[in-house]
Design a protein around this ligand. Structure first.
Ligand SMILES: Cc1ncc(COP(=O)(O)O)c(C=O)c1O
Length: 399
């Protein structure tokens, strides 16, 4: 029987060499390999700056925590989709903000732009759309709303490496973008994350935040003006910077050299990885309509390229089988699956204190109970994708 695992990791010879060298020299904490990985990542994404961190969750947290430098208060609000991997919601809370949820559209699995304006209050500081399953969120509308209300936009691009929206790569579609390089993702460092941005001041603050809030070298600091925290910097009696004083509430989430070595190796074969995964994804999406009576998935539209993370599958409302029956059958036939996350506010206990009730986010809840996803990674062939389709077809034949 074939095995179709959800994910894989590509560790190239370059990665091995770089990692071995780092081990031999003992230079394993964040250093020149991390900087090289950041430079390469930034140029692939088309952003001026990339700041590498320990996880994609940290990337989300730090991108939002930057807002504290620009007058945001603890308890201010960040609008996010109700359906995502739970890290999106956790990150808002960890950055000191309150998540305000907007339901998703079932056809795209992304935040419904029509619901965003109604969620804006005087406390709203940012919108963090998620490109779920690599499908770009409706960024033009989101950016327009943000501009109208003076909000920052952060892409949660954890699953969207290689995604393109109207000719521009995910990671360059908003003020900042947060990627995960966890092993389940397209470009991986094992564990890791990256924030991309065109703003040098944001990048400087991000570098400070990932290292305990240490004094940064940003222009705001030099001028002692723009950033609320830089302006309040504590200095020695002679006006000098003091090593163990810190400008802002920071985190400790640097990427290390071994992770960066794996990432640099993966970026060398970025194009090949993306093509293989995208071919696999499109092979399945193009052949999925025949299951339409029972199951549906997302579409790649003319204005976009989906970042080939995985294939999401949703069951129609009235089907004569349960999700567990479907996933058991797939698993028994060697196809690894994951459920399609959950409605954070109403299906994840950590958010219950926010007081939402079941039924508030019907589409996210639907995906949370009736959705699954499976892998399209670079070690799978089109014949493997055909195998998965055959297994699904055989399952459905029983009904
Ligand atoms: C949409 C989304 N955001 C954030 C994250 C967090 O990334 P990490 O697992 O690297 O912390 C993930 C991870 O899978 C994700 O899918």
């Amino acid at each position: 029987m074939k095995r179709i695992p959800f994910g894989t990791i590509t560790i190239t010879d370059t990665a091995r060499k770089l990692a071995m060298n780092a081990l031999e020299t003992g230079r394993i904490s964040s250093g020149k390999l991390v900087r090289e990985f950041e430079d390469r990542f930034a140029s692939l994404v088309g952003a001026k700056e990339a700041v590498a961190v320990s996880t994609g969750t940290d990337a989300d947290i730090l991108a939002l925590a930057v807002l504290h430098d620009f007058g945001a208060k603890r308890g201010d609000e960040v609008i996010i989709p109700s359906l995502s991997f739970v890290a999106t919601g956790n990150a808002v809370l960890h950055a000191g903000f309150t998540p305000v949820f907007v339901d998703v559209e079932l056809e795209t699995l992304n935040i419904n732009p029509a619901g965003i304006e109604a969620a804006i209050t005087p406390k709203t500081r940012a919108i963090m759309p998620v490109h779920l399953m690599g499908k770009p969120a409706e960024m033009d509308t989101i950016n327009e709303i943000a501009k109208k209300h003076g909000l920052v936009v952060v892409e949660d691009a954890a699953e969207a490496h290689g995604a393109i929206y109207k000719g521009k790569p995910a990671g360059s579609l908003a003020d900042m973008a947060a990627f995960s390089t966890y092993v389940a993702h397209i470009i991986t460092t094992g564990e890791g994350g990256v924030v991309t941005t065109d703003r040098e001041d944001y990048a400087d603050i991000l570098r400070s935040l990932r290292s305990h809030g240490r004094t940064c070298s940003c222009k705001s600091c030099a001028l002692n003006t723009a950033s609320a925290y830089c302006a309040k910097r504590f200095r020695g009696e002679g006006g000098e910077d003091i090593r163990f004083t810190f400008d802002r509430i920071g985190y400790s989430c640097k990427m290390n050299e071994l992770e960066a070595a794996i990432g640099i190796g993966a970026l060398e074969v970025y194009g090949e990885i993306l093509k293989k995964r995208h071919d696999n994804l499109i092979y399945v999406l193009d052949r999925f309509e025949k299951f339409g009576e029972f199951l549906f998935t997302i579409k790649e539209e003319a204005h976009e390229t989906i970042g080939p993370h995985a294939v999401p599958v949703l069951m129609r409302e009235k089907v004569p089988f349960t999700r567990a029956q479907l996933t058991d059958y797939l698993e028994k036939n060697g196809v690894e699956t994951r459920t399609l996350f959950a409605s954070m506010p109403t299906q994840c206990a950590g958010f219950y204190h926010l007081g939402h009730k079941k039924g508030d986010f019907p589409n996210a809840e639907y995906a949370g109970t009736r959705g699954i996803h499976f892998g399209v990674h670079q070690d799978l062939e089109l014949s493997d994708m055909q195998y998965v389709l055959d297994v699904i077809e055989n399952f459905l034949k029983g009904f």
